[in-house]
Design a protein around this ligand. Structure first.
Ligand SMILES: Cc1cc2nc3c(=O)[nH]c(=O)nc-3n(C[C@H](O)[C@H](O)[C@H](O)COP(=O)(O)OP(=O)(O)OC[C@H]3O[C@@H](n4cnc5c(N)ncnc54)[C@H](O)[C@@H]3O)c2cc1C
Ligand code: SF4
Length: 319
């Protein structure tokens, strides 16, 4: 039996309750958490529902940044006027799962969803047939036999896209607020830098002057339903025809999204037309960021081929 608190008050009061009561799990839309509870993958016996907290639904904009409330539903993102120039955010939000899940799942839940693996996301009876791996408190990893930690895939669609814009997350706990670069939120072993008594309040997207173009591409078994096997987010500052700055981030590439560090030096200063000429070098530099992870449908070789194609089509969409 699970105790549920459906909280409608302020973030300040919410974090006090979370700090006082141990063993509570936050739930927003529940589209990630509830399937895990059904499979006996969640230890907590009480859940704290943040779905109706008004502060998590706010949208704020000034000259420097746009802040999106963590409690905004994925389907609500398409209609946010302030996001109309962030093409890749809209593309990513539209590509998550099904309309039902997009109507229920939230932005915050998307960024904090659990990493997935075919040896973990299984029923209790299936899991009983093998010894526990790291993610379940055991001493081994079935994906990479010699890995010292869990390497389960993080398959969020929104995270790589927001990372490509240099977004930060706003977390509030009993000790106050802190802001963390989205890139730093994801720790090794599939862990996230969020304490159990902290609430993800919002996501801050910096707004820079100049023309920004962005694109998001993904490969999935069934485009209308499934998690991405690999995805690619590109965000670039373009002046006339010259690319002045660029960020390329791969999603579902490993335990957290992977920023292609070499991309800035390789592409900055080039024209959009020159992109095709240097495409082989960009692909070569990018490929190593795709972890050799296998699931029931795809091997690591196929995932790297998808990554090449996704990168090319995302870059060509900048034209
Ligand atoms: C069939 C299916 C297909 C899916 N396909 C995709 C897909 O294609 N792409 C994709 O990205 N995702 C996919 N998902 C995962 C998930 O549904 C979405 O990512 C969704 O956005 C999660 O949001 P939620 O509000 O439902 O999260 P919840 O399930 O409520 O929460 C997820 C996690 O975030 C934490 N959390 C949520 N909000 C807060 C907060 N404000 N503060 C602190 N912690 C918080 C919860 O404690 C939990 O650990 C899929 C899920 C299913 C069931
Ligand atoms: S990646 Fe390894 S440790 Fe993590 S869930 Fe899969 S098998 Fe377990």
């Amino acid at each position: 039996l699970v105790n549920v608190i459906n909280f409608k008050g302020s973030v300040k009061d919410a974090v006090q309750i979370l700090a006082e009561k141990q063993d509570m799990k936050i739930i927003a839309g529940g589209t990630d958490l509830l399937p895990q509870m059904n499979r006996g993958l969640v230890r907590e016996t009480a859940i704290f529902c943040v779905e109706d907290m008004p502060e998590l639904k706010q949208i704020k904009k000034d000259d420097k940044c746009l802040v999106l409330g963590a409690g905004l539903k994925l389907a609500e993102l398409y209609n946010i006027q302030e996001l109309k120039n962030h093409t890749s955010v809209l593309q990513a939000a539209r590509s998550v799962a099904t309309p039902q899940i997009r109507n229920q799942g939230t932005l915050g839940g998307n960024l904090l969803q659990e990493n997935r693996c075919m040896y973990y996301n299984q029923s209790i009876s299936w899991r009983r047939s093998i010894k526990k791996c790291f993610k379940l408190g055991g001493d081994r990893c079935y994906q990479y036999k010699n890995s010292p930690e869990c390497v389960a895939l993080f398959q969020s669609d929104l995270s790589p896209v927001l990372m490509s814009f240099g977004a930060q997350v706003i977390l509030e706990g009993p000790g106050g607020r802190r802001e963390v670069n989205l890139e730093k939120l994801y720790l090794s072993g599939g862990k996230k830098d969020v304490h159990p008594d902290e609430i993800l309040v919002g996501i801050k997207i910096p707004l820079s002057s100049g023309v920004y173009k962005s694109a998001y591409t993904r490969e999935a078994l069934r485009g209308s339903f499934d998690f991405p096997v690999v995805s690619c987010a590109v965000s670039a500052k373009i002046q006339g025809n010259i690319i002045e700055d660029i960020n390329i981030v791969f999603g579902s590439a490993g335990p957290f999204p992977k920023v292609v560090k070499e991309a800035k030096d390789m592409i900055t200063g080039k024209t959009l037309e020159q992109l095709e000429e240097i495409m082989p070098q960009i692909k070569k530099a990018s490929r190593k960021y795709i972890a050799p992870f296998s699931d029931t449908h795809y091997d690591s070789f196929s995932r790297r081929i998808f990554a090449d194609e996704l990168l090319q089509s995302a870059l060509l969409k900048l034209k």
